[in-house]
Design a protein around this ligand. Structure first.
Ligand SMILES: [Zn+2]
Length: 180
């Protein structure tokens, strides 16, 4: 059921090369399901939320995200909210599922300068706008100085862990389709 909605309401991370390198002309729901069996539960649920807009397992995904952030054992000051690590976990999850677009390049990661296409210098080609210190401070409920000095790096570290999950998903789907 979850996989069916993946194929209809969103776009799984499959590009033309992946499809061309498989013998299949069409990828079925079952094909994608068998690929996703290769990744862990956290990554699987992340994929469902990210690519199919299926949020029915979102509570479990949120819990796994918090559990993961907790294992990183981030220290916190007494003045900071008790649930600051949970807030950080959910902020990094939300950002990874739907990053905001870079307003400089419009999310394409490229800009045309003197009729040449160059990598956008603001987002370095990612097309995403960075989380601002002000916004993260609001989400975490702590001051901007501590956010800038301490929590922003933690946020970025959790986001890059989701990028590793993105790579794992891409590989799992690509390899899964080629093995068929
Ligand atoms: Zn940009």
């Amino acid at each position: 059921m979850e996989i069916l909605s993946m194929l209809t309401s969103g776009s799984p991370p499959i590009d033309g090369d992946t499809i061309r390198s498989t013998a299949k002309s069409r990828i079925s729901a079952g094909d994608v399901a068998s690929c996703l069996c290769r990744v862990d539960r956290h990554t699987y649920l992340y994929a469902l939320s990210k690519y199919c807009l299926d949020n029915s397992s979102r509570d479990e995904l949120n819990a796994l995200s918090i559990e993961y952030a907790t294992t990183r054992q981030f220290s916190k000051q007494k003045s900071e909210p008790d649930d600051v690590v949970e807030r950080l976990a959910l902020a990094s999850l939300c950002y990874s599922i739907s990053p905001s677009r870079c307003s400089y390049c419009g999310g394409t990661g490229e800009r045309t300068v003197d009729s040449k296409v160059v990598v956008c210098s603001v987002c370095n080609g990612s097309g995403n706008s960075d989380m601002s210190v002000r916004k993260l401070a609001e989400v975490l409920g702590i001051g901007r100085w501590r956010t800038k000095k301490v929590w922003m790096q933690r946020f970025q570290s959790l986001v890059s862990d989701y990028q590793i999950r993105d790579d794992a998903l891409y590989l799992a789907i690509k390899q899964g389709l080629q093995d068929e």
